[in-house]
Structures are given as structure tokens and as C-alpha cells.
Design a protein around this ligand. Structure first.
Ligand code: ZN
Length: 98
């Protein structure tokens, strides 16, 4: 079973306790009413969908219920690390064993 570390509970818990909440670090414009249709489309629908490292929002729905961010490898489906919501993308990623 896949284990995910909640940065608030500070423990690894089964993935069934969590829900993916989409890509992390997608910034909503403070001037949304002045945003063009094309820019709104990009904000609302377009995601990076990389092969490899992705930054995602997750929620510990059957635990503390808080949102946090995770770095996951889409190729291996391994979580590289997790960090609290509001924190910047990590400058360096820890190495993950195969
Ligand atoms: Zn938690």
C-alpha cells in the first residue's frame, strides 16, 4: 500500500486517507474580472501534466483534513516529499530510492 507523509500530522498514512486536489502553485489572478478569456482558460484548465516530477496539492481528508503540497514522480508514482501549504516549491529535492 502506498504511504503518504502528512506534513501536519508528521507521519506516513495509507493513501486511502488522502485525496488529490490538483496541481500545486497555480496562482489565481487578483484581477480575475479583467482577465482575458484565453488567460482564464489557461488558469482554469491548462495543467503541466509532466512525465516525471509534478507538484500537487493533496488533502488529508480522513486525518487532519488539511491541504498540503507534495512532490510526486508520475513515472514511478513515488512521493518524493511533502510540505505544508503556503510554503514555496523546495529548491532541492531529496533523492528517492528505486
Ligand atoms: Zn494530516
Amino acid at each position: 500500500m502506498l504511504l503518504i507523509r502528512c506534513p501536519y500530522c508528521e507521519e506516513e498514512r495509507p493513501e486511502l486517507e488522502f485525496r488529490n486536489a490538483g496541481e500545486a502553485h497555480v496562482v489565481r489572478s487578483s484581477e480575475m474580472t479583467a482577465t482575458s478569456d484565453e488567460d482564464f482558460e489557461a488558469f482554469f484548465f491548462i495543467r503541466s501534466n509532466p512525465k516525471g516530477i509534478i507538484y500537487e496539492r493533496w488533502r488529508h481528508i480522513h486525518g487532519c483534513a488539511r491541504f498540503f503540497n507534495a512532490v510526486r514522480d508520475t513515472v514511478t508514482d513515488r512521493f518524493v516529499m511533502t510540505y505544508k501549504a503556503g510554503e514555496k516549491k523546495p529548491a532541492r529535492l531529496p533523492k528517492v530510492g528505486k
